[in-house]
Structure formats: C-alpha cells, structure tokens
Design a protein around this ligand. Structure first.
Ligand code: PEP
Ligand code: MG
Length: 326
C-alpha cells in the first residue's frame, strides 16, 4: 500500500505555466460513469457504446438505447461526454451488425464501416443519442471509430448535423486519417486519437498478439510522428497553425492507453493534444506529472521523443527530463 496515495481533485491538469489540459475518463456503461465522476474526471473522453450491446442478438430498441445513454449522461451534467458510435468487428462481434467470416478482421468491415451495409443501425444510434441529450444536461460530442477517408468524415458528420448533434468528430486510428487530418478536420469539429489502433495499424502488428507487444508500443517514433501530424493538421484546419493547447481551433484528444501513461502524457501534450482520456485510476499520476512541467518543456520533450531512433530511446529521453518520475 502506498503511504501517500496520489489524489486528483478535478478541474484538469495545470502545467507550471498555467496551461490547462482536460483530463477525461474512458467508460463503457453507467456504472463506469459513476466511478469516473467520483474520481473527478472533467467529463468522458471515450464512451465505448458497443459494450452495452455485446450480449445482444438483436439491435436494442430506440427506447432502450436512449435510456442507456441518458443513464451515462446523467453523471456529467453540463460536462463533455464523448460518445463513440458502435465499434464492432470480428474481435467484438455483434450478431445484428458484423460478419464473422472475414480473413483479416482488423482490416475488415469494422467500426464505422459497418454502416455502409447497415446504415440503419448507426442512424438509430444517433437518434437515441440526440433523444438522450434532450433529456439531460450533458453535451454529447459524437464521434465515429475507424474513419479513414474524407468521404467517411463527410458522411458521418452529415448524419450528425441532420440530428443537431454538435460537435461531430472522428477517431484518428489509421495512418491515413492522421496524415490527412488537415483535410478531415476542415469537415469534422474535433478528433480523438485512438493510439491503441493507430499503433497496431502503423506498425502492422495485431494488438491482440502478445508476441508483437514490442511493436505495439505507442512510444514507437512512427506512432508519435502520426500524433504530431494529427495535431498539426488540426491546427492548420482550424486557423492559426501556431496555436497550441486550449487555443487550438480544432480540439484533439487522445483516448488510447497512451493517455494514461504519465511520461507519454507529457509527450502528447507537447505535440499539441488538448485532452487526455484514460481509466479513472490513472488521473492522479497524470495530473501530477503534468503539473511539474511547462508547455515549453513538454514541447522540447515531445520533439526529442519524435526524433529518437527507437521506442526505448524515446522513452529514455523523456524520462530523463522528468525528475518527478524518479
Ligand atoms: C484505441 O484504438 O486507441 C481506442 C481508444 O479504441 P479501442 O481500444 O476501443 O479500439
Ligand atoms: Mg480503437
């Protein structure tokens, strides 16, 4: 047991120069939302909605879905709740949505792509989110997983706008969306980088295979370069390419596991990420490390990490600059 357990009182992380970074929670249902609120998360950065439906043979009714979203939103009145539309595929099958017979499930018709053949499931989900938003005081930020082209972005954002759902965003989980973020974010209002999938697709390494864990490492310089490209694209798309942090015109968050690693959180902020979403138990350690550095220092450490030759060199360079981790 730790003698002096870290605490987090909410309000985001404050860097030593006063720069603020939103600290949000990853959740899958209302019970998680309750825990996240108790842990003082500033809101929800990733609500994985498919977990509500994994044991279902049939699509849940509009009423059932509305109630499920409302129960989550109720824990965050007046706060941001980033709702991800269903992310199902062969690894997370949903009988009413996915095809189990794909040779390469990670590269298949998964996540947003399932709506190409079955648009009604996404349409119903967006209707239910809009209805739940009307019944509570939360502001849902809706986003779709596995967006890889401008056409995907335009179609998804269009569906959200038709229902008055704003802001409408995209997950950046593929190299294609990171590289073209400047264009995608002229259409989408925000981006959330899913570093778990972005890493698997950048390194061409199945995230479920333990034997590839050394490749599935968000410290890989190639992955960090794509985070940098996304944040740069967001600044270019939204206006002032030099603005950082809260001033960035298009908010960019990270909601993969990387956001909950304190040293990596510093790098992400230094690359221009505005919010970090993680499992609530990681909030105190991330807030503490961020409070020990300035934005300038974070930018310097991020530049060193991106320029490092290997993942371990990147890690070493950053840890050497963060004495608070010793
Ligand atoms: C990710 O890919 O980083 C992410 C947050 O989504 P998931 O882990 O649910 O695929
Ligand atoms: Mg993902």
């Amino acid at each position: 047991l730790q003698k002096n357990p870290l605490t987090y009182e909410g309000g985001g992380a404050e860097l030593s120069d006063g720069t603020r970074v939103q600290l949000l929670a990853n959740i899958g249902n209302a019970a998680d939302a309750e825990k996240a609120a108790a842990a003082h998360a500033d809101g929800v950065g990733l609500f994985r909605t498919e977990f509500l439906f994994l044991d279902r043979e049939d699509e849940p009714t509009l009423e059932e879905q509305t109630a499920a979203y409302r129960d989550v939103f109720a824990h965050f009145p007046g706060k941001k709740v980033v709702v991800r539309t269903i992310d199902a595929g062969a690894d997370k099958p949903l009988p009413f949505l996915t095809d189990a017979d794909e040779p390469n499930p990670a590269l298949g018709v998964r996540a947003y792509r399932t709506s190409w053949e079955k648009p009604q499931v996404l349409a119903h989900q967006l209707d239910a989110i809009a209805a739940a938003a009307e019944q509570t005081e939360a502001t849902p930020w809706v986003m779709a997983p596995m967006i890889s082209t401008l056409e995907d972005t335009e179609d998804f954002v269009g569906l959200c706008r038709q229902r008055g759902l704003e802001p409408a965003g995209i997950m950046v989980e593929t190299p294609s969306s990171a590289i073209t973020a400047d264009r995608l974010l002229q259409v989408a209002d925000f981006a959330s980088i899913g570093t778990n999938d972005l890493t698997q697709y950048t390194m061409a390494a199945d995230r479920q295979l333990g034997s590839l864990a050394h490749l599935n490492d968000p410290w890989q310089p190639a992955v960090l370069s794509l985070v940098q490209a996304t944040a740069r694209g967001a600044r270019t798309a939204g206006g002032d390419p030099e603005s950082f942090g809260e001033k960035a015109a298009r908010p960019v968050g990270v909601c993969g596991e990387a956001a909950g690693d304190p040293a990596l959180a510093v790098v992400l902020v230094g690359l221009g990420v505005n919010s970090l979403s993680m499992t609530p138990r990681s909030l105190p350690a991330v807030a503490k490390v961020l409070s020990s550095i300035s934005l300038e220092q974070a930018k310097e450490l991020a530049a060193a990490a991106v320029a490092a030759p290997t993942a371990s060199a990147a890690k070493q360079a950053v840890r050497a600059g963060l004495p608070i981790l010793e």
